[in-house]
Structure formats: C-alpha cells, structure tokens
Design a protein around this ligand. Sequence first.
Ligand SMILES: NC(=O)c1ccc[n+]([C@@H]2O[C@H](COP(=O)([O-])OP(=O)(O)OC[C@H]3O[C@@H](n4cnc5c(N)ncnc54)[C@H](O)[C@@H]3O)[C@@H](O)[C@H]2O)c1
Ligand SMILES: [Zn+2]
Ligand SMILES: [Zn+2]
Length: 361
Amino acid sequence: MPQTVKGVIARSKGADVELVDVVVPDPGPGEAVVQVQSCGVCHTDLHYREGGINDEFPFLLGHEAAGVVESVGAGVTDVAPGDFVILNWRAVCGQCRACAKGKPWYCFNTHNAKQKMTLTDGTELSPALGIGAFIEKTLVAAGQCTKVDADADAAAVGLLGCGVMAGFGAAVNTGGVGRGDSIAVIGCGGVGNAAIAGATVAGATTIIAVDVDDRKLAGARSFGATHTINGKDEDVVERIRELTGGFGADVVVEAVGRPETYEQAFYARDLAGTVVLVGVPTPDQQVTLPMIEIFGRGGALKSSWYGDCLPSRDFPMLVDLYRQGRFDLDAFVSERIGLGDVEAAFDKMERGEVLRSVVVL
Ligand SMILES: NC(=O)c1ccc[n+]([C@@H]2O[C@H](COP(=O)([O-])OP(=O)(O)OC[C@H]3O[C@@H](n4cnc5c(N)ncnc54)[C@H](O)[C@@H]3O)[C@@H](O)[C@H]2O)c1
Ligand SMILES: [Zn+2]
Ligand SMILES: [Zn+2]
C-alpha cells in the first residue's frame, strides 16, 4: 500500500518551502523505502528552491540523509529491512563507459528510483539529487542506500551523504592533497570545512581557510586550518602567496560557486597546482581567463562532483575515522530542527549562522 507522509517541497521558483502530504509508493524492483532519521540542509537545496539547478518544480528537497530501510522491492539483495544506511546520490550502474573503464566514481548513469513520489493530487515530485529526504519516508533505488555501523549518530553521519563527502573528497580525491602539501579552501561552509578536515587527515601542513565571515573562519581553525584570510579585508591571492613562500598553494578548493572566487582560486595556486571547483555555479555565471595563464601555469583545473566519491568505499571509511575521533562530524551539526523549520534554516544559512542545520525525525 502506498503511504502518505509529511515532506518538504519547493513548489515554484523562489517561493517559501511547504510541508505537505506526499504519497510514497511501495518499493518496486530494485527500490527501497527508507525511514528517514536525519537530513542536513545543504546549500544545493537552496539552489533548487531558487531555480538554479533546473526548472523541474515541484521539488522534494533534502538529500543529506541517514535512516533505516523499511522495505525493499524485488531483486534487492545488498540491503534489507532494518539496515541503518546513509543515502547517496551515486548509485553506480556498473555498465556505463566510466564504470567500464574502472572509474565508477564518475558513473554517468547512476540509479534513482523509477517510480515517483507524488502530491496527493498525483503531481509528480522531482526529488533533489534523486533522493528527496526532508520527509518521513523516502523512496530510492536500493543502490542509493549505503549500509554503515548502526550505532553512529544519524544526524552526524548523514552529512556524509552530500556536503561533507563532497568537501572531503574535493580535497583528498579530486585535489589529491597529501602529506606536506599546501591547500587553500575558499568558502568555509559545510563543504569547505570538510575539505579542510580532509586535508588535515591527509597530512597537509599548510591549510589556508578563506571566507568573508569571521565566524566561519573561527570554525575553520577548529577543523584544522593553519591560517585564515577574510576576503572582505584582505587581497586573497596576495595573502595565499605570502603564506606559501610567495608561490601559491598546491591545491585550491573553491567551495562557494562564484566567478570571483573561482578567479581567486585560479591565481592563488602554485605552478603545476590544482584548482578544484566544488561550489555549484548558476547557469548564467561566466569567467574570463587569459589563455596564456591557463597554459603557462600548467597543472589542472578540475571540478568535483560529490568529491569523486565511491559511497561503498568512502562512507564506511569516514564513519570509521569519525568513530576513532579523527574526523569530527559532530562539529558540522550546528542545530537539530524539525521538518517545519527548513525555510528558517535557509535564512540562517544565508546569514552565515550555521554550518549545518539537520532535520531529525
Ligand atoms: N560539488 C558537489 O558535489 C557539491 C555538494 C554539496 C554542495 N555543493 C556546493 O558547495 C557550495 C558550498 O555549499 P555549503 O553547503 O558549504 O554552503 P554554505 O552556504 O554553508 O557555505 C558557503 C560559504 O561561502 C562563504 N562565502 C560567500 N561568499 C564568499 C566569498 N566571496 N569569498 C569567500 N567565501 C565566501 C560564506 O560565508 C559561507 O561560509 C554550494 O555552492 C553548494 O551548492 C557542491
Ligand atoms: Zn556507470
Ligand atoms: Zn548537497
């Protein structure tokens, strides 16, 4: 029997989100219904609400979640009812050209549930990043459920489902930061601070945090930043060069998603360094760079979707680091809120008051 539960939707561009009844079908072949226990508020949810991702309104928001599998459809063997899982938006297909080349973290044909969750009048919802987890129960592809140890706090480990994984992986997987490297991270929200924490775990020795908000910079220090720069008061590129012997950083992670911060990242890296764009731009944004600089500086300009992660490999590893006290996921949880508080959480995010507001159910 389909179930009717409460969920948070964005009905139209820019309008406040609404808590409404959502119909969740029984899981079909290859699908699972998950009882959501926690879901973090990521900036990408706000991008959806603002129409910055696509126009497929209404969206069922939320995508940074953990919960317990309630039921599975035919043919599902990897997870079973009762399993504690983190939801992922990279259920790899195993067959596309990326998977065939042995690079499943680039999978071009990831799985989502085939059936749609709907409003009570039958209107189909577009789940954010193929998940939709500001809801009591959600329907996903079984491959979107990554089983992890059940005794971890859902509010903390659920953040691995998007922003924290994206930031950690942007530094470690995409940027390849390692022992003795220098890294600068521009934008110290949940994603940027996870990049800083990742660089710390990986052994980077110069870790420069850049933001325009001093509260965020204070937080970045606690995640392992060795230096901070407030971009409102200082010349970001000059300061990063000063802090790196006059050269620039080996890796610069852009975790804002704006042309001006991307340009800072481009000019603040060392020769043969790597720029990683993990912030999500809007379709209208443009950058203009002198081609001779792109050529002359060598190195790599990369983008990082989801930190180039492989959920089955990376989520359990990060849960282990968390439980060993080497990766402080709790510090990302700024507040625990209810399903009715998502709009207020967007305001707090925009005012810079939180790293992550986490809906707990
Ligand atoms: N690539 C991915 O897979 C992925 C995954 C999750 C989120 N994201 C994106 O990453 C970005 C960051 O997400 P978040 O949840 O951390 O957002 P957030 O709003 O919590 O953090 C953004 C930070 O950038 C800072 N900032 C704004 N303008 C700045 C400037 N000019 N210079 C320096 N800092 C500036 C803000 O003060 C804030 O601390 C967003 O664009 C989001 O959509 C990408
Ligand atoms: Zn694939
Ligand atoms: Zn996200």
